[in-house]
Design a binder for this molecule. Structure first.
Ligand code: HEC
Length: 294
């Protein structure tokens, strides 16, 4: 009789060990959205790609992922299944938000990762390059070069004509050359500058969005960011963490280059993402527009 109880106990303890072990091995993860969708049009597909790092350190494949989006006003609820890509630890899905307006969304995979809300607009998205039909016009600087060089060539021709005593055409050619040069080298570059200025600059608001979307919130608290998804707080509180912008750039590009033993992973941020995070983290730690409207 005693023996039977002993066996039951052993089995119970073993089951407990396996259960706790499995939970421990699963642990936690950091989800990093690869591209924050800055322009979402109702009814048009948006590709969402993310990386999953177990314990914040190594990329892990084969974890189920579901994206849930809920329309803030109508309550319309949609689910999308994310699937593994060929790249280890990277997952992808396509969202189709049929109605314009604000969508709250989160990704369930190893835990619940809340994402900053998306605003779907009506009408079609206009990518920056689409407004300029030819490749030359898409790059005003090269267009100005072509004009300028053409101008020089025409002026050269004018000189040749002059020397050959073709005085009838020479003044016209010289005038055309000067005009082309002016248009190319003087006027066009200012057009080019204006065009590049219209690209959306990396703002503190974008930085705050990325602080959530890139998974910084999983390891860091920040008083300007409201977040109720999965978090570990293994990193320092960054609300008033004022370090120089130059240091931040180096740090965010690759933390292990700065401190080889650090637990902070390289989240493979782009230059623009780094700039936005630098602007946000160099702020005063107060909530900005994005979190106030949440
Ligand atoms: C897996 C957890 C984890 C994630 C994700 C993470 N960090 Fe960290 N971070 C840490 C830890 C741990 C430290 C402490 C650094 C150390 O000394 O090793 C740290 C330190 C920092 C520091 C302070 C550096 C210094 O020495 O002054 C900044 C700033 C920072 N992280 C920003 C970010 C930003 C921005 C993101 C998102 C793009 C991010 N972290 C994502 C864990 C993380």
């Amino acid at each position: 009789m005693i023996k039977k109880w002993m066996w039951l106990l052993v089995v119970l303890v073993a089951v407990c060990c396996v259960w706790v072990g499995a939970a421990w091995a699963g642990g936690w993860a950091v989800l990093t959205l690869e591209n924050w969708p800055e322009q979402v049009v109702a009814g048009e597909p948006v590709t969402v790609r993310y990386a999953l790092r177990q314990h914040g350190s190594h990329l892990i494949s084969g974890v189920e992922g579901t994206v849930t989006a809920v329309h803030a006003e109508t309550g319309e609820r949609l689910q999308f299944t994310a699937t593994d890509t060929d790249e280890t630890g990277y997952y992808e899905t396509t969202l189709l938000l049929p109605t314009a307006g604000e969508w709250r969304w989160h990704i369930d995979s190893f835990g619940r990762f809340e994402m900053p809300p998306l605003t779907a607009t009506t009408g079609t998205a206009v990518p920056a390059a689409a407004s300029a039909p030819t490749t030359l016009l898409a790059n005003p600087t090269s267009f100005s070069w072509v004009l300028g060089v053409l101008g020089v060539v025409v002026m050269g021709t004018a000189v040749v004509l002059w020397r050959r005593q073709q005085t009838r055409f020479a003044p016209a050619a010289a005038l055309l050359g000067v005009t082309l040069c002016l248009a190319g080298f003087v006027v066009a570059p200012t057009v080019g500058t204006r065009a590049s200025e219209t690209a959306v600059p990396p703002t503190a608001e974008l930085g705050e969005i990325l602080f959530v979307a890139k998974g910084c919130v999983t390891c860091h608290q920040h008083s300007g960011v409201a977040y109720s998804g999965i978090r570990t707080d293994i990193g320092p509180n960054l609300s008033h963490h004022q370090v120089g912008a130059e240091f931040l750039r180096l740090w965010l590009r690759d933390p292990a280059q700065v401190r080889p033993q650090t637990l902070m992973p390289n989240l493979e941020l782009s230059d623009r993402e780094i700039e936005a995070l630098v602007v946000f983290l160099s702020g005063d730690g107060e909530a900005s527009v994005a979190s106030k409207t949440n």
